[in-house]
Write a protein of this length. Sequence first.
Length: 155
Amino acid sequence: MAQTLDLRVVANPDQARRLLDAVRTQGKRGERMVAFFAVMYYAALQPEEAVDLRRDHLVSLPDDGWGEMRLTHAEPRSGSRWTDSGKPRDRQPLKHRAPGETRPVPIHPELVTLLRHHIKEFNIPASGRLLVGPRGGIMTDRTYLGVWHRPGRRH
């Protein structure tokens, strides 16, 4: 069934920038989370794709123009009772794709700039996880939802 996009509930670019600025004002935690929310807005990543994003997935981050990332996996949160590893998240093939299949994603120029800054600011190693929680571990839904629900409040 085809559905029409309701523009009243989709953030426009100005609203997205204001949201990212509000996240940024939430102290060190917020500063680290800006890139997480930015990849979901600018590149339409799902949270489980953003959590798995590695620096080496960033195929190009040019000085000007569009870049590209290549997604390889996702880490959906199922809960430790439902994963093979006993952890809340297990790394899986991309949704609706065969194991080993990748997904190329264009990177908007604003996101290119933001990711370049994020990599430098947080000293992300070449093969490291791009988006991590405040203590350096995997990004949890509790962490990002906590920031999401308080966009106007300082921490």
